[in-house]
Design a protein around this ligand. Structure first.
Ligand SMILES: [Zn+2]
Length: 680
């Protein structure tokens, strides 16, 4: 039996090292056991506010001679305005542009346009009804006229902030006009490549294709995955089976299972291979084609493939514009023409949803198309927008109150996501889904501060006073866990928390207010640092040449720069608010005969992509050695994405051993887990 050196990664990272999760499961006669590292991590988590950190230490704070507090402005504050946040519902419009593609992704005031159909019929009038302010992002999947033609007028009409295209060129007049408009728009222009992430407020589109421009113009189309809560969309442009194959072959990125697939290349038989559809498992497939188009799209072969997996199939040729609405957990469809069953569909793996199979009668090539039905009005299916109401009261140069209305789905979303196994709490601050809501809160704070004529310093004090007024609650009282860091939305709804919760909330607010901020990790405690100049007095920590003044968040009356006595002279770790990847993993092993099949799923629950992720599995041979280890190829895992790796290991005979699983990122060991010991 070959005995290999256990391939430990060298820990040289700052900040990416995570608690070692040792895990166990059952191994009964070569059956199945399950390793769940993340649960074990939670169990291992220490006491309330336990934040012993392992990385950079910063010199103790300096406390210059006390000096006058900033002059208070005259009291008499008015009650704070009451924010009325709107629930963020995502709407994806598959716009009927005849033979062509145009998709508008609309989240509140953020809009992303993928393709614009041909010059005719144009989409500007449709967009005007839905686009608030500028168009944040425009994506041109490839330079064919039925995709970019309509974008020309959009560029002429709207202020477009960011443009993504695939870098492919064409000699057509349409392409020339389009690029001229792109050049004169003054937008940020990017070439989309595999692994890029296109961001627009809370929306993140993962680029699955192209890796480079090797294919035909269709096969070089940009393919985007958008996950919104549990609802997943895949936008495929005009890719055909060649590009589908390339995406499936990639070991580094798994294609997602999706709720909604924009069917490739207008439903052509050259796209939608059986394998591609079997992997992406769309519950709803939407093809975009013109009525009686000259290509005979959609082709019956593609429709049959989609039918076989039980997808509901709708086309813009028969249904006109189709709008998918989702709050992240469920979704509804409505159409301009004919009617799509108005069921509220649940987002999950497609097998588990009951197939309603509405038989949407795709036109076949042989039969004549039935007479056009009268367009019916678009009927909005109203979803109850459940809001949680919380009343907050605090004192800052007078009494303030605010009634917060927090979308229930957002709260439930944050409650449900596992706590990332890291003590780098910046991941809680940088999580994007609550940004629009925190923005609203911050707008209200700014407005109130403006009304009162607060200085910038008072502005921060005012925000701090709000957070400091939230009741202190220990985790073990409010949750089953001893340590349970909360996302800002949770702290607002739970109406308080402990030091890390309120620090995460305050850091989110100060960051959005536009001031530099960091988390200050002290032994068993967390506070917030706000970047300040020379004219502020109090305790500060120096980090990268800047002074961050300490703010205590757990009680009322703490001034900026006032460090609790217990922490005077104590070293702290400074956590800047940068996005970080955080990996969790779980796995199963099935053994039979000589081989064990080990399947490990690694998730990135952080806020930045994880590069060069590797999975190593082997059987523990003691003394840091493993038998028969195998390691996966390095792969990238995007935010909220997962990677499943299957490794076949030879089982060492007549040994007392256990399975060892190690997850590496950029050659650093970030997670490790073990099964129970067993005999082979
Ligand atoms: Zn096309």
């Amino acid at each position: 039996m070959p005995l290999n050196e256990r391939d430990y990664y060298k820990d040289k990272s700052e900040g990416s090292q995570q608690p070692r999760g040792s895990s166990s499961g059952n191994w009964s006669g070569c059956l199945v056991f399950v390793i769940v590292a993340i649960i074990v991590w939670i169990v291992l988590g220490a006491r309330d506010c336990d934040v012993q950190d392992d990385t950079t230490t910063i010199s103790p704070p300096t406390t210059p001679a006390p000096s006058p507090e900033p002059a208070p402005s005259p009291p008499l504050p008015e009650p704070a305005p009451v924010p009325t946040p709107s629930v963020k519902e995502l709407k994806v419009h598959f716009i009927d542009v005849g033979q062509g593609d145009s998709i508008l992704v609309d989240l509140g005031e953020t809009e992303v346009l993928i393709d614009g159909g041909d010059r005719e019929p144009g989409i500007v009038s449709y967009l005007k009804e839905h686009v608030d302010g500028p168009l944040e992002v425009m994506v041109a999947t490839h330079p064919h006229a039925d995709h970019i033609g309509g974008l020309i007028e959009v560029l002429e009409t709207f202020d477009v902030e960011e443009i993504w295209h695939n870098g492919d060129t064409s000699t057509s007049k349409t392409y020339e006009d389009f690029m001229n408009c792109v050049d004169s728009e003054g937008a940020e222009v990017h070439i989309a490549r595999l692994h890029n992430i296109i961001k627009a407020s809370a929306l993140s589109f993962y680029v699955h294709h192209p890796a480079d421009l090797e294919g035909t113009q269709n096969n070089n189309s940009i393919v985007l995955h958008l996950g919104f809560g549990e609802t997943d969309f895949l936008f495929t442009g005009d890719v055909e089976q060649e590009a589908e194959g390339a995406m499936m072959m990639l070991s580094s990125v798994r294609l997602p299972e999706v709720e909604i697939l924009k069917v490739g290349h207008h439903g052509s038989r050259t796209a939608s291979s059986e394998d591609f559809i079997a992997i992406t498992k769309p519950a709803v497939a939407i093809y975009m084609a013109g009525k009686d188009n000259r290509y005979g799209h959609p082709h019956i072969e593609a429709i049959e493939t989609l039918r076989t997996i039980g997808a509901e199939i709708y086309g813009t040729d028969n249904y006109g514009t189709i709008v998918v609405s989702t709050e992240g957990k469920t979704y509804t469809l409505r159409s301009e023409k004919n009617s799509i069953p108005d069921t509220i569909r649940t987002s999950s793996s497609p097998e588990s949803t009951s197939q309603l199979a509405p038989e949407p009668i795709p036109p076949s090539e042989e039969t004549a198309t039935p007479a056009v039905q009268l367009p019916t009005e678009i009927v909005e299916i109203s979803e109850p927008n459940v809001l949680i109401t919380r009343d907050y009261k605090w004192i800052y140069q007078g009494e303030w109150s605010w009634t917060g209305e927090i979308p229930l789905f957002l709260y439930e979303y944050y409650q449900k996501i596992p706590r990332p196994p890291t003590k780098n709490y910046s991941v809680y601050v940088t999580h994007p889904l609550d940004d629009p809501y925190i923005d609203l809160l911050v707008e209200k704070i700014k407005k109130a501060a403006q009304q009162e004529g607060y200085t910038e310093f008072q502005n921060v004090e005012f925000a701090a006073a709000f957070v400091q007024s939230l009741p202190y609650t220990a985790d073990s009282v409010t949750t089953p866990f001893d340590e349970y860091p909360r996302y800002p939305i949770e702290t607002l709804v739970d109406n308080g928390g402990d030091c890390e919760d309120t620090s995460i909330l305050l850091a989110s607010i100060i960051d959005k207010l536009g001031y530099g901020t960091v988390l200050i990790m002290l032994p068993n405690h967390v506070g917030v640092g706000v970047k300040g100049g020379e004219n502020i007095y109090g305790s500060y920590y120096e980090y990268k040449g800047n002074k961050y003044y300490y703010i205590e968040t757990t009680g009322e009356g703490w001034k900026i720069g006032k460090l609790p006595d217990a922490y005077k002279g104590t070293k702290a770790t400074i956590r800047p608010l940068v996005s970080v990847p955080v990996l969790t993993h779980e796995g199963r092993i099935e053994g039979s005969g000589f081989f064990a099949k080990v399947e490990i799923t690694v998730r990135n629950v952080g806020t930045a992509p994880a590069y060069n992720v590797t999975v190593l599995a082997g059987f523990d041979a003691g003394n840091g050695m493993v038998w028969n280890s195998k390691e996966s190829e390095p792969a990238t895992i995007g935010v909220d994405q997962k990677l499943t790796v299957t490794l076949y290991l030879k089982i060492p005979l007549d040994k007392h051993t256990r399975l060892v699983v190690q997850i590496g990122m950029d050659n650093v060991l970030v997670e490790e887990s073990y099964s129970d010991w067993f005999d082979t």
